[in-house]
Ligand binder design. Structure first.
Ligand SMILES: [Zn+2]
Length: 308
């Protein structure tokens, strides 16, 4: 089957990493791919690439032009998916309950900013984060958006700056998913929402295709299940509002009516290979901390950061 586009496998510095969910170091082999492998934590069942590329190597992966070309070639399809995601996540009801001044969104991994531009047109104050400089530059130049070019944890933003944070197909690329969620929590106002989309390792397709699954790619450092991601989110103070999965069968491996039925069933029963988790922060009882004066200071415990 055709895999999602990824940086080609290359030689780079790699290290054994502890489990990003429980800190354990007892793993069993899980998926073998060309040139890399995923392991499963025996304690909490999180699936992660191990060994993992170091921070410099990951940064280098997103420094080229390839991602801009891939994004522009698929921009319309990705925008459609982004809008469907919003609808499934309960965005419109959430938006309806906000005052206009409260409509402040941050799209982490905003690519060329197509979805942000749509949200801005609906009256949202729309900002993005994009590490790929070519895409960030495109979003600024062509769409006039404010786009930060650093990792979320490195941007000196004020606490409670946003009511909505989007992260579509982002968290599986990050070396420190917990740090990202902790920072997202800090940046969200009380009652704010976080919509996360990521591949689902418990779906039907990964069970069928194993290492040939479309999302078992070099750029994906973590392959979450609803269970492992829910646990990580809850540990970081989020409340799960809704979990939806999509994608029963890959295009081209079954006749269209079969695929159509299968996709419907996958969504109904939760075995799709992509999942959306919509989560929220409690509405009250939280004091917004002042912004970090030193953006390199670490406000939270971060697992295995000795090599970062
Ligand atoms: Zn674990």
């Amino acid at each position: 089957m055709i895999k999602t586009w990824s940086t080609p496998v290359q030689d780079e510095n790699r290290n054994e990493e502890p489990c990003a969910l429980c800190g354990g170091r007892d793993f069993s082999a899980y998926l073998r791919c060309e040139g890399f492998q995923y392991v499963r934590c025996r304690q909490c069942s999180l699936v992660q690439m191990n060994p993992q590329p170091d921070a410099e190597a990951v940064k280098r992966r997103y420094s080229g032009d390839d991602y801009l070309e891939y994004e522009l070639a698929n921009e319309e399809a990705f925008l459609e998916l982004g809008l469907l995601t919003l609808a499934d996540a309960g965005f419109y009801q959430f938006e309806g309950g906000l005052d206009p001044a409260e409509r402040r969104v941050l799209d982490a991994g905003c690519a060329t900013g197509a979805l942000l531009a749509r949200l801005r047109a609906r009256g949202w104050q729309a900002e993005g984060v994009e590490l790929n400089e070519r895409q960030a530059d495109y979003a600024r130049r062509v769409r006039g958006l404010r786009v930060y070019g650093q990792a979320l944890e490195d941007i000196p933003l004020e606490s409670c700056s946003y009511t909505l944070i989007l992260a579509s197909h982002l968290i599986e690329h990050l070396r420190r998913p917990r740090s990202f969620l902790a920072e997202a929590r800090r940046l969200l106002a009380p009652g704010g929402r976080l919509f996360l989309t990521t591949p689902n390792i418990d779906g039907f397709q990964p069970r069928l295709f194993a290492g040939r699954w479309r999302s078992a790619i070099f750029d994906h450092l973590y392959l979450f299940s609803a269970k492992t991601l829910t646990r990580l989110l809850e540990q970081e103070g989020f409340h799960i509002e809704k979990t939806v999965t999509w994608g029963g069968l890959a295009a081209g491996i079954a006749p269209r009516p079969v695929k159509f039925m299968f996709d419907k069933l996958a969504k109904l029963f939760g075995f799709g290979d992509v999942m959306l988790i919509s989560c929220s922060l409690p509405a009250g009882g939280r004091v917004c901390k002042p912004p970090l004066s030193d953006p390199t200071a670490e406000p939270e415990l971060r697992f295995g950061d000795a090599t970062a």
